[in-house]
Design a protein around this ligand. Sequence first.
Ligand code: C2E
Ligand code: MG
Ligand code: MG
Ligand code: MG
Length: 288
Amino acid sequence: RAKADGRNGFRFFEQEMDSSMQRRRLLERDLRLALKNDELEVFYQPIVNIGTSRVSCFEALLRWTHPERGAVSPAEFIPLAEEIGLIGEIGHWVLERACEAASGWPEHVRIAVNLSPAQFRAHSLVDQVARALERTGLAPHRLELEITESILLRQTDLVLTILKQLRAMGVRVSMDDFGTGYSSLGYLRSFPFDKIKIDRSFIRDVEKGGDALSIVRAITGLGASLGMTTTAEGVETIEQLSRLRSEGCDEVQGFYYSPAVRLEAVQALLDGIGAVPQPGSKVPTALS
Ligand code: C2E
Ligand code: MG
Ligand code: MG
Ligand code: MG
């Protein structure tokens, strides 16, 4: 009896392996065509200044609508694009689209673009950024580049050299998903990041107090004393927002305000967010 179960379990496992590997192979094939076939699109999620309750930035987030499978998550296809050597081309395309989009927005609104490790290995990143800014006329200080600490794990000196060149151009650099990696604190000493984005996993439980709150408090304190902006990711409730405001966090991003939207919907968010007074906000808003 136990033996039979074991066999069934094994067969089930084999089938699972098979279909997930097959899905990967098919996705890989389709991803190569996605850019050409216009299936990729850049969406924009607002980042809101807590003090003014107005949008200060949008993060460019890639979306892939597969012709048969529908939406495929970037959490699945970005790692795939990295493995098959497509992220360089895709990343360059996102950068161009994002700068183009932001050049049409009000001056005080910035654009944040995520970078992958492979984009640092290609050696042309600084040129790519310079050309995107030049072509679109976007002021360098309106572009924020987000990196995770995994980028700094290998070829640290090369990456730091490139980041310093980007920063010398006036571009801002943010550390994304802060607190989830191995040695975030060490990296804060090796490079003057402009912004720390506190990972969503810490924001989730922040209104309950306890450890999550202690960690968020420590990170906002750290950011303030290092002169770095702190942004909370994944803010979904008004309780989380109020807590982050009282902890002195500078910016919030999350479904509480809006998920990432198509470029056409950006203007409505610029007009709408902060037009109604937020609880606890003492800053005059558009309607007051
Ligand atoms: P990320 O850079 O940390 O982006 C934030 C992610 O959190 C986005 O997921 C966003 O939709 C999600 N998010 C924002 N607010 C909330 C919230 O309130 N609740 C919940 N549950 N989620 C929220 P998304 O768009 O699925 O992207 C996942 C990751 O894929 C990104 O994480 C980023 O690492 C990567 N990615 C997306 N677009 C690009 C790109 O153009 N280039 C590169 N290299 N990576 C990208
Ligand atoms: Mg990001
Ligand atoms: Mg993040
Ligand atoms: Mg994240």
